[in-house]
Ligand binder design. Structure first.
Ligand SMILES: *Cc1c(COP(=O)(O)O)cnc(C)c1O
Length: 365
């Protein structure tokens, strides 16, 4: 006899991350592999964040400060919000999970777009809430349909803007129509992991909306434009009582001291953020032009990645992998004919596009 896990756990399909460079090189005997699979920052972290981590290493025998007060103070002044309206997580992934756990329980409903971030369904399953995936429209969140899917048992709605893996956004006018239909007692979580990459003027950042709607929580991360994915740090912005509820569930030292030090330094390096943004936007334009030239269909993106139609996503991913370019197959999102490519440096983008062109040409021979 062995202890038996709770049966609902066995129904959870584990999250499939992008494959690490080390693993791929070991398996295929490659070197010089590039990873364009997990929407990481092509330029890496800010040099001052790296220096801050080196310095903070000297003090890793101490527990970190719970609640990250220095970071909260700096970020609050940058955002123009009160420090009490911020809570930090071990990646924004942790805050996705904690917001679900704080506001929903078994039998409640959690609503999200069917082509939204995979984690939303996983956290719903983990707490035995009922996931309610709403079919997208033309790779966009169908906000009217999402509003209609909200019922008396709905406790939480997750929206990603821009969305991953589609890279699409909803605009302010759509948001305003939508939010009027959302009951005040539903927790509305808008995941803005890629907000810094948007260049559409009527994109709703929603900081102004927080005062009007206490049930609104915005999630942001240091994993993408700040280049700190390996340290695991993200944050929520929202009403202090709502965040207090979420905070009760977090471990006392959920954000480690290296992550806090790095994030603090990263916030001071606006130039690195600006350069990171520029590189991503250049990549976006370069890929769009190349796909148009190649006659390859893609979903126009507002993020640092793009969803591309390649016919057989798994086979193309595999063939690209063998040539040292790691991209992401999309069968897990019910899109087996597509792959997702993160924009890299100019050189990485060229190599990726060359390899993709070769692989597609070979397939059609
Ligand atoms: C990458 C990503 C995150 C960030 O996750 P972290 O846990 O902060 O690394 C959150 N939401 C979406 C939609 C993402 O793509």
């Amino acid at each position: 006899m062995k202890p038996v896990p709770h049966p609902h756990l066995l129904g959870i399909e584990p999250y499939k991350p992008g494959r690490p460079i080390e693993e791929v090189e070991r398996e295929l005997g490659l070197s010089d592999t590039i990873k364009l699979a997990s929407n990481e920052n092509a330029l890496g972290a800010s040099p001052s964040a790296i220096a801050a981590v080196r310095k903070a290493v000297e003090r890793i025998h101490f527990y970190p400060e719970g609640g990250a007060p220095d970071l909260a103070a700096k970020l609050a002044s940058k955002l123009g919000v009160d420090p009490a309206s911020l809570v930090f997580g071990n990646g924004s992934n942790e805050l996705i999970e904690l917001s679900a756990r704080a506001f929903a329980r078994a039998g409640d409903e959690i609503v999200f777009s069917a082509d939204g971030f995979a984690i939303y369904a996983l956290v719903a399953q983990a707490i035995e809430a009922r996931p309610v995936p709403v079919p997208p429209r033309d790779h966009h969140h169908d906000l009217p349909a999402i509003a209609s899917a909200i019922g008396p048992r709905t406790r939480v709605v997750f929206l990603a803007n821009p969305n991953n893996p589609t890279g699409t956004i909803f605009r302010r006018a759509e948001w305003e129509e939508f939010v009027r239909r959302v009951p005040d007692d539903v927790l509305l979580v808008v995941d803005q992991a890629y907000c810094e990459y948007v260049d559409t003027p009527d994109y709703p950042l929603l900081l102004d909306e927080l005062a009007r709607r206490p049930g609104l929580v915005l999630l942001r991360t240091f994993s993408k434009i700040y280049g700190l994915a390996g340290l695991r740090i993200g944050y929520a912005i929202g009403d202090r009582e709502i965040l207090d509820a979420i905070s009760r569930l977090r471990q006392p030292f959920n954000v480690n001291s290296l992550a806090q030090a790095a994030a603090l330094a990263a916030l001071d390096d606006d130039r690195h953020v600006e350069r990171s943004r520029r590189v991503a936007l250049e990549g976006r334009a370069e890929f769009a032009q190349a796909f148009a030239r190649m006659g390859v269909a893609y979903v126009p993106s507002q993020a640092n990645f793009v969803l591309v139609e390649v016919g057989e996503g798994a086979a193309v991913t595999d063939a690209m992998l063998r040539r040292g370019v790691i991209v992401r197959p999309m069968s897990g999102y019910g899109m087996p004919s597509k792959i997702r490519i993160t924009f890299g440096t100019a050189e990485q983008n060229r190599r990726c596009l060359d390899v993709l062109a070769d692989v597609l040409a070979e397939k059609n021979r």
